[in-house]
Design a protein around this ligand. Structure first.
Ligand code: NAG
Ligand code: NAG
Ligand code: NAG
Ligand code: NAG
Length: 422
């Protein structure tokens, strides 16, 4: 019975309605065709969108137009100087710069015939090898490479102060040919920040109006974010504590009683602080030649006046009235007097923001990019540069940095003898 039914049905439908069947088939084909078109259109648009999105993203980062195509296929090594990153320091992009030839093009280096790599098998071919010296401690057992050929340049790179380089550098005597650090006397000088002139079109004209608004929200005096209290940088802790006896200092972080709301971590915390406070204590953990950190540079980016304590000659690279240097005062008490005075005199306090009308900041990431451009130039014009030979990196990095340690520092800062630590 069941078989009979099955055989009958199609026969009936074919016999009775042949035209309906062929219309139906045509209909299916048309539907498939339209679906195909739609799918192709979707795929095309998405691809295009993605391309534009990535492209735009790159341009935004660089705030300029891209010359050359960073998405071009990898170039041949030929003609490019090879820079080998021997180790990295835990950033997303190696050295916050990137790999290959593309970064040199993307960052608009004048000379860009260079490429970076992390591939140690390229050591024999590399023109320069960069060592992040602090990072070497973590794999100190590993054999450091020997120079593969006489022209190969070994580059000393670090972001840390000598106090935190954690390496007995005497072992590196006669090893490096170039230095790439924040020290001004480096072959490749890469400070943590830099003040540059604004182009005419970017000069801020209605600063006074902005400033008076800015002042109106600031009800507190000084904020200090610190999470290492006694162990390290004890002198800065003692200085801050002494200062707090004479003026309101709200201490944020592990060492204090204030904390940013959980939703306000990171930069949002800075925003909150700059809204409420007049001063930010940017005390460094080491007092060494030219050493500054984001404690200074980030504070300058916000509407805050940094009160600085460090080993750098701040007047050398910052405009007058953009910061307050602790070392210009005989003691914490004298500094407190001055901060009090400014806090109660908006006209004088706001003078510390006037520099922003005509000057602006460049950040370390951009400056490091300049550094890699410079390295590429150096590799292409060896006759113009003198490479170090038999370089005593320990003497240069550790001894010539003139780092101040506790006792000498306490004297410089005018801390009372009873607070001068053990
Ligand atoms: C560093 O190493 C050298 C020799 O390799 C040694 O004479 C010196 O005492 C060491 N310095 C420190 C601080 O360990
Ligand atoms: C802004 O204020 C400063 C000091 O308060 C004053 O010297 C300057 O002339 C003012 N500038 C303008 C454009 O009003
Ligand atoms: C600090 O820098 C200023 C400005 O460049 C310079 O005049 C001064 O001599 C420097 N001071 C020291 C101690 O190097
Ligand atoms: C780099 O330094 C080493 C060790 O002092 C030296 O032998 C070599 O000649 C230097 N390289 C160049 C290109 O000057």
């Amino acid at each position: 019975m069941a078989q009979q039914q099955h055989q009958q049905r199609p026969t009936v439908s074919v016999q009775v309605n042949p035209s309906i069947n062929s219309i139906f088939q045509t209909f299916i084909w048309v539907i498939l065709l339209i679906a195909g078109c739609i799918l192709w259109l979707i795929a095309y648009t998405a691809n295009n969108y993605n391309y534009h999105f990535q492209r735009k993203h790159v341009e935004d980062q660089e705030t300029g137009s891209v010359s050359g195509d960073p998405y071009a296929p990898p170039m041949e090594h030929q003609g490019h100087k090879i820079i080998l990153f021997w180790n990295n320091f835990g950033t997303l992009q190696p050295y916050e710069f990137g790999l290959g030839h593309a970064p040199f093009v993307k960052h608009r280096c004048t000379i860009h015939n260079c490429m970076t790599t992390e591939d140690r098998t390229l050591l024999p071919k590399a023109d320069a090898v960069i060592f992040h010296v602090r990072g070497l401690i973590e794999d100190s057992k590993e054999q450091l490479p020997k120079r593969a050929h006489p022209e190969q340049l070994f580059v000393f790179f670090t972001l840390e102060s000598p106090i935190h380089t954690y390496h007995n550098l005497t072992a590196f005597y006669d090893y490096f040919n170039l230095t790439f650090t924040y020290r001004e006397d480096s072959d490749i000088y890469c400070p943590m920040g830099k003040v540059t002139r604004r182009p005419e079109s970017r000069i801020i004209r209605n600063m006074n109006h902005t400033l008076s608004k800015l002042y109106s929200t600031k009800s507190k005096i000084a904020a200090w974010v610190i999470s290492k209290c006694d162990k390290e940088g004890s002198m800065r802790w003692q200085y801050g504590t002494e200062l707090a006896k004479h003026i309101q200092v709200d201490v944020y972080g592990k060492c204090g009683t204030f904390s940013c709301p959980k939703t306000h971590f990171g930069l949002k915390c800075y925003t909150m602080i700059s809204r409420k406070y007049r001063f930010y204590l940017g005390f460094e953990n080491s007092f060494c030649k030219d050493y500054t950190t984001e404690k200074l540079w980030r504070t300058l980016q916000y509407d805050l006046v940094p009160v600085v304590l460090g080993g750098a000659n701040y007047s050398h690279f910052l405009p007058p009235k953009s910061y307050i240097d602790v070392r210009d005062f005989n003691s914490p008490k004298h500094l407190a007097h001055y901060l009090h005075y400014l806090a109660n005199n908006p006209v004088h306090y706001l003078e510390y923001f006037q520099w922003k009308e005509t000057l602006r900041l460049r950040t370390v990431t951009n400056l490091r990019r300049d550094g890699f451009c410079k390295l590429c130039e150096i590799l292409h014009a060896p006759e113009k540069y003198t490479y170090k030979k038999e370089f005593d990196v320990h003497k240069w990095w550790d001894l010539d940095a003139n780092c101040l340690h506790d006792e000498a520092l306490a004297r410089t800062l005018g801390l009372p003898p009873d607070t001068r630590g053990p």
